[in-house]
Design a protein around this ligand. Structure first.
Ligand code: NAD
Length: 294
C-alpha cells in the first residue's frame, strides 16, 4: 500500500511515474517452466519446482539424467497443486537433441515457453589441477557449461514465439553458476572454471538477446546443503565438526535449497523485469568481502 501511495503521488505530480506496481496474484501465473537437475531430493531443482508450482506455473518440466525420483516428485507436486501439469524427462542436460526436444514439446503443447532454469551440475574432480585428468576437466565443462549454452541456444528462440497464449515475446533464462564462478575455489579448478564460464555466457547471452524480451541471469549459490554437498555435511556430522562449516560465512551457516529456489522464482517472474545479465550471489554474504581474521 505504501508503494502504491508513492506511485500515486508520483502520478499526481509533474514527475513522470517511473515505475508501476507489479500486478498482484500468483508470481509466475500461467508460465511454462523447464528445470534441469530436478531429480535430487535435497536439490535446488526440486525446491524450485515447488516454488514455481506454488506460485501459479501452468506447467513444469522436471528433467534430469537420473530419473530415479522424478515420478515421485511429480506425484508430490500434484498432491499439493493438482492444477499444475508436471512432465518428467530423463536426459543429459548436455545432449543437444534432448534439450531441443523438451523445448519443442513445451511449445507444441502450450504454445509458449517462459522459463528455462538450467540448473544441472556436477562438482567435478577435487584434485590439484596438476593431478587432474584432462577428460575429467572437460566432463565438468560439458555438464556445467555446455548444458547452459544449449539451454540458452534452444530456449531463447522458443521464448520469442508468440501465440494466443502469449501475445508478446518474453522469457527468463536462469543458469545456476556458483560463488565459485565469482571467486576461485581452491578445491576444484574445473568446477570454478566451468561456473565462471556460465556467468560469462549468461552475460553475453543477455546482451545478444537484448530487445527480444528474453532476459538471462546467472544464479550464484554459496554453500547449500543439497545432494551435491551431502558428503561434506555427513562427514562433518560424523566428526562432530558441522559447526565449522558455516564459520567463514557472515551469517554463520550454510544455506538451504529453498533460499536459492526463492531467488530463482523472482528471476523467473515478471517482478524481475529489469534484472538482466547479472550474476546473483545468494551466499549469505560470503562473496561480499574477505573474512575478518585477527
Ligand atoms: P544436487 O546434486 O542435489 O542436484 C544436481 C542435479 O543435477 C542432480 O539431480 C543430478 O542428477 C543432476 N545432473 C547432474 N548431471 C546432469 C546431467 N548431465 N544432465 C542432467 N542432470 C544432471 O545439487 P544442487 O546443489 O541442487 O545443484 C544444483 C546446481 O547448483 C548445480 O549446478 C550446482 O553446481 C549448483 N551449486 C550448488 C551449490 C551447493 O552448495 N549445493 C553451490 C553453488 C552452486
Amino acid at each position: 500500500r505504501r508503494v502504491q501511495a508513492i506511485g500515486n503521488q508520483l502520478a499526481d505530480s509533474s514527475i513522470p511515474a517511473v515505475f508501476k506496481v507489479a500486478p498482484s496474484g500468483p508470481r509466475v501465473a500461467g508460465k511454462v517452466v523447464i528445470i534441469t537437475g530436478a531429480n535430487s531430493i535435497l536439490g535446488i531443482g526440486r525446491a524450485s519446482a515447488h516454488q514455481f508450482a506454488e506460485h501459479g506455473a501452468r506447467a513444469i518440466y522436471m528433467c534430469d539424467y537420473d530419473g530415479s525420483h522424478l515420478e515421485a516428485h511429480k506425484r508430490e507436486i500434484n498432491a499439493l497443486w493438482p492444477q499444475v501439469d508436471v512432465h518428467t524427462r530423463q536426459f543429459d542436460a548436455a545432449d543437444e537433441k534432448a534439450v531441443k526436444e523438451v523445448v519443442d514439446d513445451a511449445v507444441k503443447r502450450y504454445g509458449r515457453l517462459d522459463v528455462f532454469f538450467a540448473n544441472a551440475g556436477i562438482t567435478g574432480p577435487h584434485t590439484l589441477f596438476t593431478q587432474m585428468e584432462a577428460d575429467d576437466f572437460m566432463e565438468t565443462l560439458r555438464v556445467n557449461t555446455l548444458s547452459v549454452f544449449l539451454a540458452a541456444k534452444h530456449a531463447a528462440p522458443a521464448m520469442q514465439i508468440t501465440s494466443a497464449a502469449k501475445p508478446s515475446p518474453s522469457g527468463s533464462i536462469i543458469a545456476t553458476a556458483s560463488v565459485a564462478g565469482l571467486r576461485s575455489n581452491a578445491g576444484s579448478s574445473a568446477y570454478s572454471a566451468s561456473k565462471a564460464a556460465v556467468i560469462s555466457l549468461a552475460q553475453t547471452a543477455a546482451f545478444q538477446l537484448a530487445g527480444t524480451g528474453v532476459r538471462v541471469n546467472a544464479l550464484c549459490p554459496g554453500l547449500i546443503e543439497t545432494g551435491m554437498t551431502a558428503p561434506v555435511f555427513d562427514t562433518a556430522r560424523a566428526r562432530g565438526t558441522q559447526g565449522r562449516i558455516g564459520q567463514l560465512n557472515p551469517l554463520k551457516r550454510a544455506g538451504h535449497a529453498d533460499e536459492i529456489a526463492r531467488v530463482a522464482l523472482f528471476l523467473a517472474s515478471d517482478e524481475s523485469s529489469y534484472v538482466n545479465g547479472q550474476a546473483w550471489a545468494v551466499d549469505g554474504g560470503l562473496s561480499a568481502g574477505l573474512p575478518y581474521v585477527l
